[in-house]
Design a protein around this ligand. Structure first.
Ligand code: NAD
Length: 501
């Protein structure tokens, strides 16, 4: 059975003897094990990164960009293999895994432009015969700690830019689906990245805590659930590190009465049940402004009835299983909770038929079909808590204002969408809503690589979003140089504060 190891200084490393199981979520069977790093394993990775940093920092911009171009070509050539690894351990269907690799590649393509992105400013003659210019330099050894739900894309939000900026990077992937990290590491090596610039430590809290405490780790990017994001932010910053920590989400789709309900129903089903709802930008609540509720719910029902649920490697499947048994059970517990809170269970995902199996609840593997709860009471736990599974809640409301208040009153502020044909209403929404990423008739508004990704409130701790210009900013430190070339007219002592002459 396979053992997924660490990747330190350009080679696979066994490390400590602690391991965890990896599952095939479609069958529930153990498919391998993953090493869990000890403090000494993390220290070895940090030491390799510290040693590799000076030469990589000094590699010219063009040389760094050339490695990135080669990495992009290799990742592109291996994207099918990468998608298959993701699907086997995460459970998402192959086409969806392929999609996450494609979105991650866009960040690599963005980072290929690093010579342009790192251009500073220059002001000639800020004072007489004095010039000023700004430069940005890498911060050193940086770490990325990532969640299970995008084992390729989320690390790719981070490392292409960190490495392009001249840093050495340590990835701590999710222990639930760790294999993609090693293929990416191998491709970096093939692309000509010097050993030690990209390292992978597999593991759990032990590895995370060591990265947060290690004095040679200068910056930490984290993506995961809100409680851990808050912990990583507080611990990392208390230890003097720069930290960006992206947390959980509860994304609402506000449907105004003038919206095209067929398009809305398509969008709600795609964004609610794609990747079994295990996306931080999934739509989990539909706010239906009267009188659209009844018609919209029946259109969603019609579409869900046609979905095919099955293993990720079966081309017919549109939605796969959930990642673990524990997570599936937690998500499924919201069905009874919702009913006890007064919601109506319109579609029960425990009853959904699974390709090659029986009802979801009775088929081996971590299955739960698409679930629809209607008349979910505003403020109930089903409405407000992050469920992170294929459970779509419909909340009936009477006005735009009521919808805005529910969104802005929530804990999270990751993504949201408004569906309307009224440009004025959409413009008002983008101005008034307290959320970082907004869709106007777009249900999953994930920004392109050249913009930055991140939410507000409990969806992001820190002030810097990932990738785009903010990513370049996060992985570099600024300097401003004021320069004068000696000339006899500068003679003479002057203790006054330097002022413009
Ligand atoms: P998680 O918080 O359980 O794990 C994320 C990472 O933290 C993993 O690498 C894990 O090993 C580590 N970790 C877990 N428990 C820890 C602890 N006690 N101490 C230190 N480290 C710990 O998240 P997950 O279940 O892997 O991912 C799903 C969550 O991620 C959801 O809440 C989802 O909304 C969120 N997410 C957010 C975004 C975003 O951009 N805001 C993107 C993807 C996922």
């Amino acid at each position: 059975m396979k053992l997924v190891k660490h990747w330190i200084n350009g080679s696979l490393v066994d490390g400590d003897s602690r391991t965890a199981e990896i599952f095939n979520p479609a069958t529930g069977e153990v498919s391998g094990h993953v090493s869990l790093a000890s403090v000494a394993d993390v220290d070895a990775a940090v030491a390799a990164a510290v040693a590799a940093f000076p030469a990589w920092r000094d590699a010219s911009l063009v040389k760094r960009a050339q490695v990135l171009f080669r990495f992009r070509e290799l990742m592109y050539a291996h994207r099918d293999e990468l998608a298959a690894l993701i699907s086997a351990e995460h459970g998402k269907v192959h086409s969806d895994a392929f999609g996450e690799v494609a979105r991650g590649l866009e960040v690599v393509e963005f980072a290929c432009g690093i010579p342009h992105l790192l251009k500073g400013g220059f002001s000639e003659g800020v004072s007489t015969r004095v010039d000023s210019y700004s430069i940005r330099q890498p911060v050193g050894v940086v770490a990325g700690i990532t969640p299970f739900n995008f084992p390729a894309m989320v690390p790719m939000w981070m490392y292409p830019i960190a490495i392009a900026c001249g840093n050495a990077f340590i990835l701590k992937p999710s222990e639930k689906d760790p294999s993609a990290s090693l293929l990416m590491a191998r491709l970096w090596k093939e692309a000509g990245l010097p050993d030690g610039v990209f390292n992978v430590v597999q593991g759990d809290k032990v590895a995370v805590d060591r990265l947060l405490a290690h004095e040679d780790v200068r910056a930490v990017s984290f993506v995961g659930s809100t409680p851990i994001a808050r912990y990583v932010y507080e611990t990392g910053t208390a230890n003097g590190k720069r930290v960006q920590a992206l947390g959980g989400a509860k994304n609402h789709m506000l449907v105004l009465p003038d919206a095209d309900l067929d398009l809305v129903a398509d969008a709600a089903v795609s964004a609610g049940f794609g990747s079994a709802g295990e996306r931080c930008m999934a739509i989990s609540v539909v706010l239906a402004v009267d009188p659209v509720g009844d018609e919209l719910v029946s259109k969603i029902e019609e579409r869900v009835a046609k979905l095919t649920i099955g293993p990720g490697d079966d081309e017919r499947s549109q939605m796969g299983p959930l990642v673990t048994e524990v997570h599936r059970d937690k998500v499924a517990s919201y069905l009874d909770l919702g009913v006890s809170e007064g919601a109506k269970l319109v579609i029960d995902g425990r009853e959904t038929a699974v390709l090659g199996g029986g009802k979801a609840a009775e088929t081996p593997g971590f299955w739960l079909g698409p679930t629809l709860l209607d008349h979910v009471p505003p403020g109930s736990r089903v409405h407000t808590e992050e469920i992170f599974g294929p459970v779509l809640s419909v909340v009936r409301i009477s006005s735009y204002e009521e919808g805005l208040e529910l969104i802005n009153g929530g804990e999270f502020g990751n993504g949201t969408a408004i569906f309307t044909n009224d440009g004025g209403a959409a413009r008002r929404f983008q101005n008034e809503v307290e959320v970082g990423m907004i869709g106007i008739n777009v249900p999953i508004p994930v920004p392109m690589a050249f913009y930055s990704f991140g939410g507000w409130k409990a969806s992001l701790f820190g002030d810097t979003h990932v990738h785009g210009a903010e990513g370049v900013h996060f992985y570099t430190r600024g300097k401003v140089v004021t320069s004068r070339w000696l000339d006899p007219s500068h003679g003479g002592v002057n203790l006054g504060f330097p002022t413009n002459k």
